[in-house]
Design a protein around this ligand. Structure first.
Ligand SMILES: [Mn+2]
Length: 314
């Protein structure tokens, strides 16, 4: 943690980035770090740049309008330090990888599949990268203000399923308690974040419930959404957020798989596990990874091939 701070102190142009299809932890941890560093080092140029846009249900976070989208950058800036948060590997940051490849890279993450890439890394198996950012800011004696606190709290809510997953520890609750003491409104954040599906998103949820397949012998539920069907409904990948958890809410289901066709013909897979199945391992069969109970991958195989492989490994 001290080495990371030393590196930040000696750098003048810093880029913070995170993964494609950013979720609450990607935005929450990146924004918490961004706001903290900007306040502490006003003389430095600090940018938070992502390949994709900030999802609608995270725009309530103060400072999220300062997050820059890669292809909207006017000119190619040069930076001397890249802080990559919540990204299990460098491919996860998409096209931002080309921008930072030759820079000094610091990898700050909580995925067990993280191979500890970068010139410096801080990888801890805890609830969320946001929890890690809280610890970093505290260690660095950076005063966490309400905006930073809301970002961090939202990241924790995202990755713990609002404190319901088994990655939620006593420490996670202690941090949440401190954030609430700071003025974070837990009820407002839960509502802003969760009760915010788009119309298309609700329709997609209906389609998923209608078309999902449950295999009782394997306690396995899956749903495949082709790119054509997503387009027909006028939806984007953002509208499919959370589907993989919803189909696993079936009483008898222990593992769920959501497959989504991408414009380039590849398929993006997301998996969730309610009990003992290690989906990080299964996602690894397709070159992906994540956590034991939540993981993802991207592959050139077709949907039937993917479902067969997953079934055979349950
Ligand atoms: Mn995370």
């Amino acid at each position: 943690m001290e080495k990371i701070l030393d590196k930040i102190k000696e750098s003048n142009k810093i880029i913070i980035t995170s993964h494609i299809s950013p979720d609450g932890d990607a935005i929450g941890s990146g924004l918490g770090l961004y706001l903290g560093l900007k306040k502490t080092f006003p003389e430095k140029k600090i940018d938070f740049i992502l390949q994709d846009s900030v999802p609608k249900n995270l725009k309530f976070l103060k400072g999220s309008d300062e997050i820059k989208k890669l292809d909207e950058l006017k000119e190619k800036e040069s930076y001397d330090l890249a802080l990559v948060v919540d990204s299990a590997n460098l491919d996860r940051i998409g096209k931002v990888k080309e921008l930072i490849e030759d820079m000094f890279i610091i990898n700050i993450d909580h995925h067990i599949s993280n191979p500890k890439y970068g010139n410096l890394y801080l990888v801890r198996d805890i609830s969320s990268t946001s929890e890690l950012i809280f610890n970093l800011l505290k260690t660095w004696n950076i005063n966490i203000d309400l905006s930073m606190g809301e970002s961090i709290y939202t990241g924790i809510v995202n990755d713990t399923g609002n404190f319901s997953h088994d990655n939620t520890t006593k420490e996670t609750f202690t941090i949440a308690g401190e954030l609430i003491e700071l003025g974070v409104n837990n009820s407002k954040i839960a509502k802003d974040f969760y009760f915010s599906r788009s119309y298309v998103g609700i329709k997609l949820l209906g389609k998923a419930f209608e078309e999902m397949v449950f295999i009782p012998e394997k306690k396995f539920t899956y749903f495949y959404l082709s790119y054509e069907d997503l387009e027909k409904l006028g939806g984007t990948k953002e509208d499919t957020e959370g589907l993989v958890e919803e189909i696993n809410s079936l009483l008898e289901s222990e593992v769920s798989l959501f497959l989504r066709g991408e414009p380039d013909g590849k398929i993006k897979g997301s998996m969730r596990s309610k009990r003992d199945v290690d989906v990080n391992k299964i996602a690894g069969l397709f070159g992906g990874g994540g956590h034991i109970k939540a993981a993802g991958f991207s592959t050139g195989l077709n949907a039937m091939e993917i479902i067969e492989i997953v079934k055979n490994n349950l």
